[in-house]
Structure formats: structure tokens, C-alpha cells
Design a protein around this ligand. Sequence first.
Ligand code: NAD
Length: 501
Amino acid sequence: MNALNIDLPKLEVRRYSQLVDGKSGEAMSGERFERRSPAHGVVVGNYPLADVADAHAAVAAARNAFDTGPWPRMSARERSEILLVISERIAGNAEELAMMDVLESGKPISQARGEMAGAVDLWRYAAGQARSLHGSVPAGLGQHMLGLIEREPVGVVAMITPWNFPFVILSQKLPFALAAGCTVALKPSELTPGSSLRLGEMLKDAGLPDGVVNIVVGYGNTVGQTFAEHDDVDMISFTGSTQVGKSVVRAAAGNLKKVALELGGKNPQIVCADADLDAAADAAVFGVFFNVGQCCNSSSRLIVERSVAKRFEEKLAELTARVPVGDPLDPETRVGAIINDAQMEKIEGYLKGAIEAGANPLCGAERIKANAGLYYAPTLMSGVTRDMKIAREEVFGPVLSILTFETLDEAIGIANDTHYGLSAGIWTSDHDRALIAARDLRAGTVWVNCWMDGFSEMPFGGVRQSGLGREQGAQAIEEFTEQKSVLFHRGPRAGRWVPGV
Ligand code: NAD
């Protein structure tokens, strides 16, 4: 038993269905697969295993719903009302959805509950955007011309999502695409498909027409690749690793579909000597150990002013020792399990390499045995230099690389010295330094004296190899639209092109 009194060995393994053209059912092959909780080692879900044929069926249903169905033709008010009903269904079932994400991913229940609240807000925000989307009329085209710039849904959108925030990431995409009038073929990660499939049931109940959202779960090189290549897909919205993102771009070139990418990061926090060091230390520990560091926004690099580096490292070590690690079903837990063996081995490989290169573990750097699950101790690495792999590549684990600087220019230079550009931050009480850093840090988001605060109103996305396009924010719906220019001539045609007529 655990803090929530769930008897895991006796847990009834949930059997999920895929959703194609409004019908819940099995994959065409009839094959199924299972997922074990990485935190407890027991089977927690059983899912239909979709293959290329299911991916084609999902796209065909979305295509048909877009080309002939009611969804793109409805008024924005009607679409918005359905999105609001869905948001209420999500709110009403938030605990069940949170538990699915916890059992499949190993993330702490307190965090998963927060993610569901964030997801509900995104659905509500998107419902509002359905009604505020508008085109425009340029005023200066002359007396004979009326120009209408319309916004149309882009069409069939294929969505591919990762395992680290299964429901929130889906909610950063799906409600905005639906608000615009698009139809969707969705492939959640094969490691965490439960909450997406459960959402499929809610969409049907809320009155979404058949075929508007189709959800199939399979592997990236079958279902994902088929979506990315498919000629009947007008846009692909992908969240995942930079490496797979690049292969999605290559596959999408066949029909030049629109591509939106949310990819990896190696996000720096700069800590200046004049900062509130206690607040910065807490944010540094939160920034890197949140979601066990398996987070695109993980602040995996800390760049500390040399004069306070020693004192700051001591603060970090003290706080790290107090972070509750273990069973994600315990509401006090802050750090849960690592997603799978491959990820665990990747983390260990990076640490081995860093130690060989001369970095020094201040704490952690070892596995923790608990609950028959995969746990890794929160790890602080001192003496990291900017050329080390651990300072440049995404570890995706609870590992903080600590570097030092003398001048702000040097700090910004180190911060910008990767291929990524998702997010960055600075801690300082000097407004000038904050404003210079906010201007010069090459990232989609810069946090000043805070870390990872997010709002539906604020656009999110990366520059350089962290992505293409933005989710959330006032323009989120526009990502799922195309502009159309319509030109109306007023009055008789003036003059003729063909001479002498
Ligand atoms: P991943 O790239 O391995 O997989 C992501 C998704 O792509 C999964 O559904 C997977 O099945 C699918 N996929 C795999 N190969 C594919 C292929 N050839 N064609 C099409 N689809 C394919 O990433 P992951 O391990 O699931 O997630 C972790 C990564 O995601 C990290 O790099 C992280 O930084 C990134 N991420 C980014 C954001 C963001 O908003 N920028 C958010 C969360 C995660």
C-alpha cells in the first residue's frame, strides 16, 4: 500500500481502445501491448497497438471529417461551446487522468494534479480564441478594391506527443487546432497513451462529430513516420526530441506540409552575486529536479558568478538533500521515477563521461532502490566546463551542471553556447543586467528572478534547434490557420490589359 491506499499488485489493469472515425475499438492487427509503471514495476495499462494501416485509417477519417463534415463549417460559437464542455469533462475527471499519467510516467501525483489544472485552463482559453479569431480589411487599397484577409483552418493536423507531460502537451495543441476548425490524427507516446485515449472517450461524449479527432497508439517509426509522410496531412505538430524532430521535417517534405516543432533544450540559469541567493537556490533545485529533470524546460545548466559559487553550491547541496524522492503516489514526493531503462542508462552514461572529463559530483550520481522502480538520486555536478558533453547535450535526468563566470558577457556567452534555444533565466537585483540578459539570451522564453512560470496567455516555443513556431498565447490558434486574400473589385473595370479593345 502507499499514501493513496492504492493496492498496486491488485490494481485492475485498464484496457484502452483506440478511436478512429468515432468508433472505439481494436487496432486492425488485433495486437495489444502493455505498460508497466516505472515507479512500481507493475503492469498499469493495456492498449491496442496501432500500425501503418491504423495510421492511414486515422488520417482518412480526419480528411473526410475536414472535407465533408460539419466541424470546419460550424460557427465559432458552436465549436467554442463544445470545447467548453470538454474542458468541464476534463476538470470533472482530473483525478483519474492525473493518476493515469502518474502510473505510466512515474511523475509525482501532486505535480500531475497541477498539470490537469493547467490543461483545463488551456482548453478554456482555446474556447475563447475560437470566437476571437478574425481576419482583417486593409484600409488603403484604393476606391475600386476591397481586400478581405480571411483566416481558414489549415486542414488535417497530425499530432505526435512525448511521454514527459502527456496530457498538458496534448492540451497545448489539440484545443487550439479544434478551435480553428481543423481535424486531427493524434499519436501519443507509446509509453504514456492512457490519458490521451481516455480523452478520446470524453470528446465523443461532449458531442465532437465523428472523425474530428482520431487517436491511435503505435511506435514512432510506424505510426509517427506515416503521419509525417502522409500526403493527406496538411500540418504536423510535433513535440519531442530534436533528433526525431529533424526526421519529421525530412518526412514532411514530401508534400511540403506545414511543420510546428517543440523540441529539446539545454536551458541555463545565470545567478549573479547580487541576486536573492536563497530564492535562486530554491529555483535552481526546482528547475532541474522537477519531473526528475525529464523536462524540455529543465534548467540543467547553472552559471554562477564566481565570487559566490562556493557558497551557492553549499546552499544547493543542503536543499537537494531535503528534496523528497520516491513513490509518486505519495503527495509529499517531489521527485518520482525515471521513465525507462534506456533513459536511466543514458543518464549514467553522461555522468560517467563527465566524471572522466574532470567534473565532480557534489551529491547523488547513483541509483536509488525503492518500490521495485527506477529511481535516480538528484545530482549536482561541480567543475563543469562549457566544452563538456554534459554542459552541451540534453541529459534528461536529475543532473545539474554547475559552471562559473566573472562578467555578464561571459555568462551570456556560456548560456548561448549550445545548439538549443528553448528557455533561459537570470537571477539579479540589477535591472540593467536583467534587461541586457533578457535581450541577449537566445531563447524562446527568458525568466527573470523566476523559473518555469507559465501562462496560457504567454507564447511558448524555441529558437535554433529547440523548435519552430509557438504554442499558447494570443496567436496560438493562428498556428492552425492559413491566411487567404480575397480581392473584390468595386465598379466598372478601369482600362483594358489588351491594347486597342
Ligand atoms: P522522442 O522524440 O523520442 O518521441 C516523441 C514522439 O515522437 C513519441 O510519440 C515517439 O513515438 C514519436 N516518434 C519517434 N520516432 C519517430 C519518427 N521517426 N517519426 C515520427 N514520430 C516519431 O521524444 P521523447 O523521448 O518522447 O520526449 C523527450 C523529448 O521531448 C526531449 O528531447 C524533450 O526536450 C522534448 N520535449 C520538448 C518539449 C517542448 O515543448 N519543447 C516538451 C516536452 C518534451
